[in-house]
Design a protein around this ligand. Structure first.
Ligand SMILES: NC(=O)c1ccc[n+]([C@@H]2O[C@H](COP(=O)([O-])OP(=O)(O)OC[C@H]3O[C@@H](n4cnc5c(N)ncnc54)[C@H](OP(=O)(O)O)[C@@H]3O)[C@@H](O)[C@H]2O)c1
Length: 221
């Protein structure tokens, strides 16, 4: 078989939201060979990021267009705009992996951060109820703050772990591929009901550990 035939075809992921965390996720996925379709509210941040990444990324015409040809979408959006964007792209979301890093927080005009959900309710549980039935949800890429996510990718000799939560086995396999592409070792924290452990205030949040320590944290719950 020729090298041409055996060469892996790049996989395509849409990233909607190219702010602080979306940009880091995009750079890490692109460095692992993922092809990206980017979208943001006014397109400016998506254009700037795409220009920096060259052929790895294109700017989509809008949020729905970002999903064209993509097997997965990362919704790197503030919790308060997530539902509106999910409603806007609900049709094309069916049969895709939907990766959500959002913490259930909002920031007021004075910069004060507060929860938008009651204590004990995770953004994963709420987002699961907003998605069309055929979409596959994984809560991931929101466990580390952007600077930690940026500095921990492709760590050696031992990869850093990114925890994720998913109910669906296929979603788990797909998000594990994305996490490895981004330069991390995936470790499942549990189903969507356990996703609060990944969020701000959860015991797995901002934890930079290798696989053995990560598994002991999972077992300790
Ligand atoms: N920042 C972190 O360290 C961090 C870490 C872990 C998890 N998270 C979570 O990740 C989420 C995003 O946080 P962030 O800090 O990256 O926020 P951010 O910097 O404000 O970025 C939000 C992005 O969403 C885009 N956006 C807003 N409305 C949109 C719409 N209707 N359609 C398409 N794009 C839209 C914005 O577009 P424009 O660029 O055009 O304004 C921007 O690119 C939050 O839920 C946060 O809890 C953040």
């Amino acid at each position: 078989m020729s090298a041409e035939i055996t060469r892996e075809v790049p996989m395509t992921t849409a990233i909607i939201g190219t702010g602080v965390i979306g940009s880091v996720i995009a750079r890490e996925l692109a460095s692992g060979g993922e092809t990206l379709r980017l979208s943001s509210a006014d397109h400016e941040s998506a254009r700037t990021l795409a220009a920096e990444m060259g052929r790895a990324a294109v700017v989509a015409a809008d949020n729905r267009d970002a999903l064209q040809g993509a097997g997965a979408v990362v919704l790197a959006l503030r919790f308060t705009v997530l539902k509106a964007v999910i409603d806007e792209i609900a049709g094309p979301l069916a049969d895709k992996l939907v990766v959500v890093p959002s913490n259930p927080l909002t920031t007021d005009a004075q910069g004060n951060v507060s929860r938008v959900l009651p204590e004990g309710q995770s953004s994963g549980e709420v987002v699961a109820g907003w998605l069309p039935g055929a979409a596959r949800l994984a809560m991931a890429f929101g466990t580390l703050s952007a600077d930690l996510l940026e500095s921990s990718g492709n760590r050696s000799p031992e990869s850093a772990v990114l925890f994720y939560a998913a109910d669906d086995d296929r979603a788990g396999q797909e998000v594990e591929r994305l996490i490895r592409t981004a330069g991390f070792e995936p470790v499942k924290a549990g189903g969507i009901k356990q996703s609060g452990r990944l969020e701000v205030g959860g015991d797995l949040h901002d934890l930079v550990v290798g696989p053995a320590e990560a598994r002991s944290w999972i077992g300790a719950a």
